[in-house]
Design a protein around this ligand. Structure first.
Ligand SMILES: [Zn+2]
Ligand SMILES: [Zn+2]
Length: 390
């Protein structure tokens, strides 16, 4: 089959590789009908995240049709079922899965001992996302082996196009969880840093959840235009001071809820602290750039919440913890517990409350995938979200 394969920094190729096969009784094989490139794939493309090996298949936003089912997954899945595959692999049986904390499933990361060295405890296995999260093949391919497939799937009905359903795999529940974690009240101003695909889903989620005003912060005009079309007030960081504008929009009090949908590759702006991060990151003294986190901690209204769906990998320094503690801020973080939200979100798509396909700007074949990584990273051609049709 064809698949997008990682060979090194900024070197992803469309290769011919062996078809996946059932390896464990709980596996299933799906024929991929649609997959997508995620912003966090760029962390692998740019090699900010360690743990990739040459030959690894990329991709963790995938849906398709079940073509083969292992003996122990047969009660839950059958050939012909249409499924979206959550990016987090879940066993459905451990203590964390039983509590709905799926992204910290205790059993699915087969390299959990390595994750535990980095984080203190293991986290769930992920598709196509380094050997720290299990080294599982990803779904930017014609076929995908789904481990723990009896639990790791979202069944979706026929009659709704892939484009509306595919993002149940990651960015829609990720944006939703980021907004839900803010416990949004009808009087709240919610400020969202980053208008990439996750930021766009967060904006729409915060509006669906009834925020008084939602403010979107970015520097790319087409992303800001998309945010505005979704109902957000926009701030272009190249034109305005973020903190001044946020204070203007909140009578000097600051937003109650601040969401970092940027993560470790935050744009290095001309501010002193981000230059400092850039130097430290370039010299490997610091792995992540927390400029957005700092800005959020300072501007957030006392007793407010900082929600962080953006991906961080390692250590941060110069975090204004005094501001966080003295202002009584709540920090909520986490990889997405996809299956915790998927029933509700599927119903909202079916009812027409939201159509997540608004975010798609490019649809290409697998052969065009390697070029699209570059186009997406460099935000060329108005690119916000790429869907691949194998
Ligand atoms: Zn993702
Ligand atoms: Zn589990």
């Amino acid at each position: 089959m064809k698949a997008l394969v990682w060979h090194g920094t900024t070197d992803i190729r469309c290769d011919s590789v062996p078809d996946p096969e059932i390896e464990q009784p709980r596996d299933a094989i799906i024929k991929v009908t649609s997959c997508a490139i995620c912003g966090s794939d760029l962390h692998l493309y740019n090699h900010f995240m360690p743990g990739m090996k040459s030959g690894d298949i990329m991709g963790h936003e995938t849906m398709g049709e079940v073509v083969e089912v292992g003996s122990e997954a047969k009660g839950k899945l059958k050939v012909g079922d249409r499924v979206v595959i959550p990016f987090t692999i879940i066993c459905g049986e451990c203590e964390q899965c039983k509590r709905g904390n799926f992204s910290v499933c205790e059993r699915t990361n087969r390299n959990g001992h390595i994750a535990a060295k980095a984080f203190g405890h293991t986290t769930a296995g992920l598709f196509g996302y380094t050997h720290l999260t299990g080294g599982y093949a990803g779904g930017q391919a014609e076929y995908l082996r789904v481990p723990f497939a009896d639990a790791t799937h979202i069944k979706v009905p026929n009659g709704i196009p892939d484009e509306k359903l595919l993002f149940l795999s990651d960015i829609f529940p990720t944006g939703w969880q980021a907004a839900v974690q803010c416990d949004i009240q009808p009087t709240d101003t919610v400020a969202i840093w980053g208008c990439g695909p996750v930021g766009q889903m967060t904006i729409r989620s915060a509006i669906l959840l009834g925020a008084k005003q939602v403010i979107a912060i970015d520097r790319i005009p087409e992303r800001l235009a998309m945010a505005g079309a979704g109902g957000a007030i926009t701030i272009n960081i190249d034109e305005d001071s973020v903190i001044e504008r946020l204070n203007e929009l909140t009578n000097g009090k600051g937003p109650e809820k601040c969401i970092d949908a940027v993560g470790m590759e935050a744009h290095a702006t001309a501010t002193i602290d981000s230059m400092y991060d850039r130097v430290k990151q370039a010299t490997m003294m610091e792995t992540d750039r927390p400029h957005v986190l700092r800005e959020m901690a300072y501007v957030c209204r006392p007793a407010g919440t900082l929600s962080i769906p953006g991906v961080y990998g390692g250590l941060l320094d110069k975090i204004p913890f005094g501001a966080i503690m003295n202002k009584g801020l709540t920090i909520r973080t986490g990889q997405t517990h996809v299956n915790r939200w998927s029933d509700d979100l599927l119903r909202r798509i079916e009812k027409g409350q939201i159509d997540p396909s608004f975010v798609i700007t490019h649809t290409v074949s697998l052969d065009e995938g390697p070029d699209m990584y570059k186009v997406f990273r460099d935000k060329q051609d108005g690119c916000i979200k790429v869907v691949i049709k194998p």
